[in-house]
Design a binder for this molecule. Structure first.
Ligand code: ATP
Ligand code: MG
Length: 452
């Protein structure tokens, strides 16, 4: 009871029990200080100089152990957010419920987090953490010890702390061994941890795909049963996680991993329809492979383009259905785009800011079929030409349109003026610029491209 009052007053919990901290010297883990980004090193040095503990933590340590260049560097410390902020001129506290400090350094930002506990349940009466009726944690903003901080993390490989001053790794749950064995293992009781935060199921699929790790059996087993809990998670958070998976550089593997674990219903429900249809599967496979290749070679990849590809099989199907029902090609395509975007709002919650670019990419597709007169020149100048052309190539690769069309556009772009003139087709698409005249009611429109 007294302890509970103390913990309430000071906002600290006892260290989680059952953690066996191991401190590994450089010879055992192999991570050199040189692998740590200068900014993160500086933040750690400044904190340590002021008498605080400071470690590089999480994904960066894991990736360095595995020889993968880290995406970003996070620092964990026993200094409070306010204390951190006072130490760095260019820093600010963000978040209200769970505060972290962003320390700016050149063009970089290092995220500094104070050790936190949402801790292990140590006895029935001590557990006061607010949860919903499924066990989901509703608050997690209690400072704690470093051991607490390790225990509230998700997987053993994500709970490693690197001390740059001593070049030592602090490992509480055998994360270094799991890295060596290439196993993804949940810290604590997997079912409880998934109930606390169902998004951890999606993270399991993402890390297994990204790192090509096996998911430990006890960690994997509850997922199929608990996957429906994702329905209680705010759509925006699911969307963020979907984006991380799709932009991880291993989206193709990730998407198949999701489906194998039955998790896609909660994240990308459209995968079922896409992957059950051979044409859809060919298209998405081509799209994800190309995104993965771009990301792996550090080329930019836009979320809007990616979501345009994911939704395309549905747009195409709807477009064809509307045309079969007698709608003209262009209005049918626009109607199909709107129908599909409306339908996904409830499922996937793609933010509206991506709608414009997705629609442009789709709406330009029929224009690639028009290869006579001035039209190809005008299309080349369209600001979205490049994205739409990349999209066309995926359609060719998937066999949805003739590969010859993609090849033609590849040649046309690179050709000089004389070659371009020679490439123009006289009889394709609508005739170049007729004088506009009012169409009589019931008269057919020009030869807009048809969906294949
Ligand atoms: P990535 O390289 O994909 O960024 P990461 O491990 O850095 O991988 P983040 O989502 O950036 O992943 O999270 C940083 C760290 O915070 C994780 O390594 C993990 O320790 C902890 N963490 C993040 N999300 C959760 C969660 N839902 N439950 C528990 N711990 C989490
Ligand atoms: Mg990270």
């Amino acid at each position: 009871m007294i302890r509970r009052i103390i913990s309430k007053v000071f906002g600290r919990k006892r260290p989680a029990s059952g953690t066996g901290e191991r401190i590994l010297p450089r010879a055992e883990h192999g991570i050199s200080r040189n692998g740590i980004d200068d900014c993160a090193l500086k933040v750690c040095e400044t904190l340590a100089g002021a008498g605080y503990k400071a470690y590089v933590v999480g994904g960066a340590v894991r990736d360095l152990l595995l020889g993968i260049p880290p995406k970003d560097f996070d620092v964990a410390t026993d200094a409070t957010p306010e204390e951190v902020r006072r130490l760095f001129r260019r820093s600010r506290i963000i978040g209200r419920r769970f505060q972290i400090v962003h320390v700016m350094c050149g063009r970089e930002t290092i995220e500094v987090t104070t050790f936190r506990a949402n801790g292990q349940k140590e006895s029935e009466d001590e557990d006061e953490r607010p949860t919903d009726e499924h066990g989901r944690l509703l608050s997690d903003n209690v400072f704690g010890s470093m051991a607490d901080d390790a225990a509230r993390r998700d997987f053993t490989i994500n709970a490693l702390y690197y001390d740059p001053a001593r070049e030592e790794v602090h490992d509480y749950f055998g994360g270094v061994d799991d890295c060596k064995k290439r196993v993804l293992r949940m810290i604590g009781d997997p079912e409880t941890r998934y109930r606390e935060d169902p998004v951890r199921m999606l993270r399991a699929a993402r890390f297994a795909a990204k790192l090509d790790f096996r998911i430990d059996e006890a960690t994997r087993a509850p997922v199929a049963r608990l996957a429906p809990l994702l329905a209680n998670i705010p759509r925006a958070r699911i969307f963020d996680e979907a984006l991380k998976l799709l932009l991880s550089g291993h989206a193709l593997r990730g998407v198949h991993q999701l489906r194998a674990e039955g998790l896609h219903h909660g994240m990308l429900p459209l995968l079922d329809t896409i992957l059950d249809d051979p044409a859809g599967e060919r298209f998405i496979t081509a799209a994800l492979k190309s995104t993965d290749a771009r990301i792996q070679s550090d080329r930019p990849s836009s979320p809007a383009f990616l979501f345009a590809t994911l939704l395309w099989p549905q747009v195409l199907k709807r477009w064809q259905a509307l045309e079969a029902a007698g709608e003209k090609p262009q209005p049918a395509l626009f109607q199909a785009m709107d129908d599909v975007l409306d339908a996904q709002r409830n499922q996937l919650a793609i933010p509206r800011r991506y709608d414009g670019m997705m629609k442009e990419i789709w709406a330009l597709q029929p224009r690639f079929a028009q290869r006579g007169g001035q039209r190809p020149y005008r299309l080349l100048e369209h600001p979205r030409f490049r994205a739409a052309y990349d999209f066309l190539l995926l359609r060719c690769e998937a066999g949805e349109v003739d590969a010859e069309l993609g090849d033609w556009w590849t040649r046309f772009q690179d050709a000089d003026e004389a070659e371009r003139a020679g490439l123009l087709l006289a009889d394709s698409g609508p005739k170049p610029r007729r004088k506009r005249r009012r169409r009589k009611p019931g008269e057919a429109s020009g030869g807009e491209a048809q969906p294949a």
